[in-house]
Design a binder for this molecule. Structure first.
Ligand SMILES: *Cc1c(COP(=O)(O)O)cnc(C)c1O
Length: 271
């Protein structure tokens, strides 16, 4: 357990009017930025989805984002998924929304997808599969196979994205860019998984051209996977790339999911 989890009650459901207003304004600002970037990049309106990156935020803060129009959330740590799941599922159901893999509001209701966007240890897979519908941080065959086995045993299909380390930075997870196409084809063929796309974290540098090059390479990789027509790769359409710092660049380079935390919720006290 990390320090912030010791002093912040992640299951808390009650936040101040002022905090709710801050979050609502954040969501609206980010949605406006996305629409404007789509337009300026000549892309269809609505082609980029906003995923709220909710690490360190509590249930009340996350529900304020959902009430403001967020329709996809992502957590980094299985422990945080577990701590918030019950409250989020119940409050979503009260609003006529299903959350992630659950069907609390009924199957004819809208679903708010719930993604895992951080590293996953194999011993946590069973815990999160009843809750999240998509794992964005699959970076190799071994993890994919373990998720697939669990999915088959539960008779479900789990969405996965292959994470690619486009920047080559040692601190980042993800497979080597040169391995991505072959890995994607193998993962796409696994029973129990649906390969829905690719994910990357932009280079942590102050150079627009370098950041863009990584995003553009991920897009070309996705296009090559689709063009291969290997069975199972036909669903590999998503490009999850872009965060608060680089979402406009990512949208210009073809992102379909931007993962945004700070611009919605404000700066994090920890991690
Ligand atoms: C925290 C996080 C984000 C969002 O980052 P911000 O800079 O707060 O927008 C996106 N992706 C991943 C994997 C994250 O951990």
């Amino acid at each position: 357990m990390t320090a912030y989890m010791d002093h912040k009650d992640l299951a808390n459901e009650t936040i101040s009017e002022e905090r709710a207003t801050q979050i609502r304004d954040g969501v609206h600002r980010v949605l406006d930025t996305i629409r404007l970037s789509e337009q300026q990049a000549g892309r269809e309106s609505g082609s980029v989805q906003l995923l709220a990156a909710t690490k360190t935020r509590d249930v009340g803060e996350i529900m304020a984002a959902i009430d403001a129009g967020v329709r996809m959330i992502g957590e980094n740590r299985p422990q945080e998924v577990m701590a918030k799941a019950e409250g989020l599922q119940r409050l979503c159901a009260e609003r006529g929304l299903n959350l992630g893999a659950t069907d609390a509001a009924g199957s004819d209701h809208e679903t708010v997808p719930f993604h895992l966007i951080g590293q996953l240890q194999a011993n946590k897979i069973g815990k999160i599969l009843p809750i999240v519908d998509t794992i964005e941080s699959v970076d190799g065959l071994e993890l994919a196979e373990r998720i697939a086995r669990r999915a088959v045993a539960r008779d479900i299909t789990v969405g996965v994205l292959l994470e690619v380390n486009e920047s080559g930075e040692a601190s980042k997870s993800g497979c080597e860019p040169s391995e991505a196409i072959e890995l994607a084809e193998q993962i796409a063929a696994m029973d129990g998984l649906e390969l829905r796309g690719l994910m990357t974290i932009g280079a942590h540098v102050n150079d627009e051209a370098t950041i863009r090059a990584g995003f553009a390479h991920l897009r070309r990789t996705r296009d090559a996977i689709l063009a291969s027509k290997t069975p199972g790769t036909e669903h590999c359409t998503e490009l999850s790339m872009g965060m608060t710092q680089d979402m406009t660049l990512a949208i210009e380079e073809g992102s379909t999911i931007v993962r945004v935390g700070t611009a919605i919720f404000g700066a994090r006290a920890f991690i």
